[in-house]
Ligand binder design. Structure first.
Ligand code: GAR
Length: 226
């Protein structure tokens, strides 16, 4: 099934770009119907336009409440026939009515291993805390900040003394892989949400190579014998 996707963003749009690239390369069965931004100057708008994707700017400062802004967003999403909403660096909380209009159909990506470090500049929060492993999370969205059932997480090492930006770059590279993957699972109807947990159904058409191997990232690395 080709997913009809609407992307909400506030910034540069590198995650949007990765979704577009995976569609163009035939790895993701989706079509982006519209890109919406609450920030008129968001770089993601120009990226969308370059790919001839329809854009719409709904500046939240022009609305008197979150509800009003959300309902304007919803109108555009519905008018464009959007089935799945992707938050890709959308730096605003969604209100209840928007979340409820797309039950189990809104995804977000966050640059940390949730539930650690929700909110703004998660990479700085992780660097400040001194974690040795951080990463990124794609999750279904509920009405709380960076919260909801987790679909996929990826981890990267964090090194003492390195700046926030080096960690952020490593995390972003990972984001660009896990977000399109989560969407493709949705397109293939392989995600089931039961009791607040996400289950990934096996691919009917392909047996997954290496499915028995345990992914493991330990940092600093384990020494011999451990
Ligand atoms: C990404 O790192 C994304 O995970 C983050 O904003 C960045 C957007 O980058 N989102 C959040 O922090 C959500 N709480 P992009 O505009 O280049 O895709």
């Amino acid at each position: 099934m080709t997913l009809s996707v609407g992307v909400l963003l506030s910034g540069g749009g590198s995650n949007l770009q990765s979704i577009v690239d995976h569609i163009d390369e035939g790895f993701l069965e989706a079509r982006i119907r519209v890109v919406l931004s609450n920030e008129p100057k968001a770089g993601g708008l120009a990226r969308a336009q370059k790919h001839r994707i329809q854009t719409s700017v709904l500046d939240h400062r022009s609305y008197s409440s979150r509800e009003e802004h959300d309902s304007a967003l919803l109108k555009v999403l519905q008018a464009e026939g959007v089935e799945v909403v992707c938050l890709a660096g959308y730096m605003r909380l969604l209100g209840k009515s928007l979340v409820r209009a797309y039950p189990g159909r809104i995804l977000n990506i966050h640059p940390a291993l949730l539930p650690s470090f929700p909110g703004l500049d998660a990479q700085q929060q992780a660097a400040d805390y001194g974690v040795r492993i951080s990463g990124a999370t794609v999750h279904f969205v509920d009405e709380f900040l960076d919260h909801g059932p987790i679909i996929i997480q990826g981890a990267v090492p964090a090194y003492p003394g390195e700046g926030r930006d080096d960690l952020a770059r490593r995390i972003l590279t990972l984001e660009h892989r896990i977000y399109p993957q989560a969407l493709q699972w949705l397109a293939r109807d392989r995600l089931r949400l039961t009791d607040g947990r996400v289950h990934l159904l096996p691919d009917k058409e392909r047996s997954v190579k290496g499915s028995r191997s345990q992914p493991l990232l330990v940092n600093p690395p384990l020494e011999e014998g451990f």
